[in-house]
Design a protein around this ligand. Structure first.
Ligand code: MIC
Ligand code: SF4
Length: 670
């Protein structure tokens, strides 16, 4: 049999199920990563599992998202994360050491290993031949405890790259082109595997940029083979020992093959408000720019920023433009400093951000009202920058640097500048002193976990009721993102405090949502969300399920869901129902009173359940597109209730066996 790269790694990690696209599989997880915005909840849940140490080969807790110290909340979270990491055997990457995906790629990526990260851009490490998947924090909690990660076995699409990129055309333009072709909708359950003779011209950080933004396509993950380029990268990172070659066998079969000629890629831009709203940069040339932001977990590597430095050298940023540059890691920052590039940025008039998410998550550098901001980040959802009226365009570092000099959007090929060729470094600065290893296992029990006032308690969820009677609390359109559901930016600091964070659910769309839901709760009515296609795009933030659940949301009716959010809803005991008819979606209105009866029975056996609209005296058919395990999780009132049954008593150990095997548990015991 001939196998592709992804099939080889999936088979080697298959704990449950078969390599049969569409069926649920359980994957053994070798490594995990969390960041501070998703990590606190994940570790609070882990603590209540009562396990002495993590069961993974390597787990890293990063601090990169909430680093702006406005009040003590973030600092409280960091102390909690540092102490909990020491207690349970997790490496702790301090604030200032870099963005989780960039640091993980540099210091921990290992071809052939599996990585589960509580962040949707975890697939970045697919650039180094890893099976790297983003998930909600609760799924990472379970992986930390040694449980397999359950996911739909993906259909594998191969993208063959031919030839090589032309000057001023970059990996970002490749993935923006792919986003234009495949869009952000309808790619759930798909894995992209890259191949072709064009691969050799792409460095690991360039491959990582492409893999990173697979998250915007909504694919399960993206993966590159592990070849000599990977070997050189790992050697330069002083980690060549983790390298192994992983190539697709000749004759490996794919669900679809797409051919892409790198030589034909042109500078591209994603216009507001979606990463797939792309066109060539040329088409919007001349647009005046107020802000340029270069960095985030895409496009913040050493070679990319050296190219930016070469373009800015001996030139000055346009007077209208505020340019901010955010290196992806301390390694990158240090190397930029040693090479003199940092001085070039300062001399050109750029502002330099510490190596954190910062402007990408709307924590700082919000653009001016109705401003135009060109960014090398991966998401341009409305409001994410911190300024809802500002227009955010996604571009490559080259296009960004040229716009910063010119003050207007310019096709970088037409700026009359020489293209700076920057070779991948032969050796990187490999200083891990800001990554704190945990103490020896015997010393871990002495570690006191620090819990400042911002550290809440995990929510206790009751098992599912047999019927849900509730109100349509909001009716939404297509492509609602988790940024729409649970805003980040200035609100991010409440991520460890669920009652507080829940006040801001749908803040940018409907600021009264939270208050309204609280009224429904007082009236003992459940809240129900109605949405169009691709509900829950974007971030892995489980708060987009947990906070609505806290507010009494019990079901979401949508035309389709995105993978991570779908799993998060189930993990938090919210029933996701797929509306079969578009007409039903059209007919449903906010304020309608709905009823679902016989839910338990339906979850045990049926693939459909009827939803009665009492206000309109009509009934809609909805689909339960769930695996057996997901049905059992919903019956238990969430994955944590389901997993907790797995502790020690005989009944519980039956749950443990069932959970590990991915079987439904008998609900008489739920
Ligand atoms: C994002 O880019 O939206 C985030 C913030 O990194 C999220 C994770 C989170 O919500 O904390 C993601 O991509 O998953
Ligand atoms: Fe951080 Fe932005 Fe990357 Fe999310 S997308 S991990 S916020 S840099």
């Amino acid at each position: 049999m001939a196998f592709g790269v992804a099939e080889k790694i999936i088979s080697a990690h298959l704990a449950k199920g078969r390599l049969n696209p569409g069926e649920e599989i359980g994957l053994k997880i070798d490594q995990t990563l969390t960041q501070d915005a998703t990590g606190t909840l994940a570790y609070l849940q882990f603590e209540s599992l009562g396990i002495a140490s993590v069961a993974t080969e390597l787990s890293v807790s990063y601090v990169d998202h909430n680093t702006i110290q406005d009040g003590s909340e973030n600092a409280d979270d960091h102390q909690y994360l540092q102490s909990v990491a020491a207690r349970y055997g997790i490496l702790f990457s301090k604030a200032g050491n870099g963005i989780c995906h960039q640091v993980h790629l540099e210091r921990f990526s290992a071809p052939g290993k599996s990585l589960l990260g509580a962040d949707s851009h975890t697939p970045t490490c697919g650039g180094a031949g890893m099976l790297a998947i983003g998930a909600g924090g609760l799924d990472v909690t379970l992986a930390l405890a040694g449980y397999p990660f359950f996911v739909e076995c993906p259909r594998i699409v191969r993208i063959n790259l031919h030839n090589r990129l032309q000057p001023f055309c970059s990996a970002k333009d490749v993935i923006l082109t792919i986003l234009g072709m495949l869009t952000t909708k309808g790619n759930t359950g798909t894995l992209l595997e890259y191949g072709g003779e064009g691969l050799v011209s792409l460095s690991v950080p360039e491959r990582a940029t492409i893999a990173n933004m697979g998250a915007e396509l909504g694919v399960t993950t993206s993966i590159f083979p592990s070849d000599q380029v990977t070997r050189e990268f790992l050697k330069a990172q002083k980690r060549v020992q983790v390298w192994q070659e992983i190539a697709a066998d000749p004759g490996a079969r794919y669900a679809r093959i797409i051919d892409l000629d790198l030589a034909k890629i042109v500078p591209m831009v994603a216009k507001p408000w979606s990463p797939d709203n792309v066109c060539p940069v040329k088409a919007i040339a001349g647009l005046a720019v107020d802000q340029v932001a270069i960095g985030s977990c895409t496009n913040s590597s050493y070679a990319e920023l050296m190219r930016v430095a070469a373009l800015l050298a001996a030139r000055r940023v346009h007077p209208r433009v505020s340019l901010v540059i955010g290196p992806g890691s301390r390694q990158v920052l240090q190397m930029l400093a040693e090479s003199g590039a940092l001085g070039t940025f300062v001399a050109a008039g750029a502002r330099v951000q510490e190596p954190v998410c910062g402007f990408c998550i709307g924590n700082c550098h919000a653009p001016p009202t109705e401003g135009v901001s060109l960014r090398t980040i991966n998401r341009n959802f409305k409001g994410r920058s911190g300024t809802p009226s500002a227009a955010v365009y996604l571009v490559s570092p080259e296009t960004a640097a040229v716009a910063a000099l010119r003050g207007v959007v310019t096709d970088p090929r037409e700026a009359g500048l020489e293209y700076p060729v920057i070779a991948a470094p032969k050796t990187f600065v490999a200083d891990d002193s800001m990554i704190l290893p945990p103490p020896r296992p015997t010393a871990r029990r002495q570690v006191t976990i620090v819990r400042g006032p911002n550290i809440g308690k995990p929510l206790k969820l009751e098992p599912l009721a047999d019927s849900i009677a509730g109100v349509v609390a909001i009716k939404l359109g297509d492509k609602i993102t988790t940024d729409d559901i649970m805003p980040a930016g200035a609100r991010l600091k409440y991520r460890s405090n669920i009652p507080k964070y829940a006040e801001y659910v749908f803040e940018l769309i409907d600021p009264a949502f939270s208050r309204r839901c609280q009224e429904y709760q007082r009236e003992k009515k459940a809240a129900i969300i109605v949405a169009g296609e691709s509900y829950g795009q974007g971030s892995s933030r489980e708060h987009a399920a947990l906070c609505p659940r806290y507010l009494g949301v019990r079901a979401v009716l949508a035309c389709s869901f995105e993978r991570i959010h779908f799993a998060n809803l189930i993990n938090y005991g919210i029933v996701p129902l797929v509306l079969k008819a578009k007409a039903a979606y059209k007919a449903l209105q906010a304020g309608d009173i709905l009823e679902l009866r016989g839910l338990k029975q339906a979850l045990r056996r049926a693939t459909e359940i009827a939803v009665v609209n009492k206000t309109r005296a009509t009934t809609y058919a909805t689909e339960l597109q769930l695996s057996d395990r997901q049905r059992a999780v919903l019956l238990a009132g969430g994955v944590f209730n389901y997993a907790r049954k797995t502790d020690d008593s005989p009944a519980r150990s039956r749950y443990a066996t069932a959970l590990r095997a991915g079987r439904p548990t008998p609900d008489s015991e739920l």
